[in-house]
Design a protein around this ligand. Structure first.
Ligand code: AMP
Ligand code: MG
Length: 373
């Protein structure tokens, strides 16, 4: 089991600290956050390497999250077009078992979706316990694009009492409803991680231009993107108010500087790692009875070994408590509590080969639930 050293934990916390929006703070994006910011602590080459080791860390934590099956994580990604949401997901989640991660992309709502309350489609896509759910755009569009374009709100079919509320009250109410919803989720074991990829107007221009000029990128570009760009200031205002109203102690916003992709990805990985370290999921342990049963099964399997072959290559790992493993035997690993090292290996094996009852059963249930819903 990978144990994160206190120093590494501290480095992660230090890296993301300046990005967190303190609850209650009135944010003015242009004044408070620089899209071109990079930490003095890391340079590009080193940053790429850090992200690689961070990806391994996330993979291990995701295995533990899935094995424990108590907590889920919801990662919400918001940004303007070309902010780097897709690339961030691709890079940060590249080491994680695909069975434990579900990405949901939210587009213009369908007629069916418009027939429901505005949080409905997001609630349907929430992660199960043990899963990491990623929202590529999220319920926050309901106070962003919907706010910038009143005609989108008009299509939502709200009753007059809600629709006709004077002035900005509808947005204050939505902020409150979203905060309440996230409070409910965190209270029930689901961490809500919110990243705003903060892009500068000029960097967006560059990235759009690339999408226009490079044929392989053309598909990513739509003329509507330019129309949205024309509303830049309105979006900046909507983002600022959203960040001010919905960064809470239980689900704070992180404003990730997005002009340098490598730094944005490093930060996104660091915030997610910080969350998982905070949850600290553990592999489940088995009762004494089950342990005895496993030992007896182990003896039977040994007896079945073909003549001349080793009876059990794993024997050393099965005996005794991991704390009794000779020091230096496991480079970079510590036999933590809960028989961690042994179970970490079992879970790793589950990805490639046989699998443990635990991860197997859990995954199957998840898949079945999803297929049914
Ligand atoms: P993309 O992420 O580039 O595939 O674009 C998705 C589009 O869907 C964007 O233009 C969003 O503004 C739009 N969109 C996402 N959520 C909503 C929503 N709740 N209401 C209206 N439009 C939305
Ligand atoms: Mg787009």
């Amino acid at each position: 089991m990978v144990e994160v050293s206190a120093e590494r934990r501290q480095n992660i916390a230090t890296l993301i600290e300046p990005l967190r929006v303190p609850p209650g703070r009135q944010v003015d994006l242009a004044r408070d956050f620089d899209p071109g910011y990079r930490s003095d602590l890391v340079r590009k080459k080193q940053g790429r390497e850090l992200l690689r080791t961070g990806i391994d860390l996330l993979a291990e934590y995701q295995r533990r999250l899935a094995a424990q099956g108590t907590h889920g994580v919801l990662l919400c990604l918001q940004s303007l077009d070309a902010g780097g949401k897709d690339g961030t997901i691709r890079h940060v989640m590249s080491g994680v078992n695909p069975q434990g991660v579900h990405v949901s992309s939210f587009k213009v709502p369908s007629a069916t979706e418009l027939g429901h309350d505005y949080l409905w489609r997001y609630a349907r896509a929430l992660p199960a316990r043990g899963d990491i759910g990623i929202f590529n755009r999220s319920h926050y569009e309901e106070v962003l694009v919907v706010r910038v374009h009143p005609e989108v709100l008009a299509r939502q079919g709200l009753p007059p009492a809600v629709d006709d509320t004077a002035g900005d009250d509808i947005w204050d109410r939505r902020y409150r409803e979203i905060n309440d919803w996230e409070r409910y989720l965190t209270d029930n074991g689901f961490a809500v991680v919110k990243l705003f990829l903060n892009l500068s107007k000029d960097e967006q221009r560059e990235r759009f231009l690339k999408r226009v000029r490079v044929p392989e990128r053309n598909w990513k570009f739509s003329p509507a993107d330019v129309r949205e760009r024309a509303r830049w200031d309105d979006y900046q205002r909507a983002f600022s108010q959203m960040l001010s109203a919905t960064s809470t102690s239980y689900a704070p916003w992180y404003v990730v500087p997005a002009d340098h992709k490598w730094f944005a990805r490093l930060c996104a990985g660091a915030v997610l790692a910080h969350t998982l370290i905070g949850i600290d999921p553990q592999y489940p342990t088995v009762s004494e009875d089950v342990r005895r049963e496993l030992q007896s099964v182990g003896r039977e399997l040994e007896a079945e070994a073909p003549d001349g072959s080793a009876t059990d290559q794993h024997k050393g790992h099965h005996k005794g408590h991991p704390k009794r493993h000779p020091k230096g035997h496991h480079d970079g690993h510590h036999g933590g509590h809960h028989d961690g090292h042994h179970d970490a290996e079992a879970a790793t094996t589950a990805n490639g080969r046989a699998g443990t009852a635990n991860s197997r059963g859990k995954r199957t249930r998840t898949t079945a639930a999803r297929a049914g819903g």
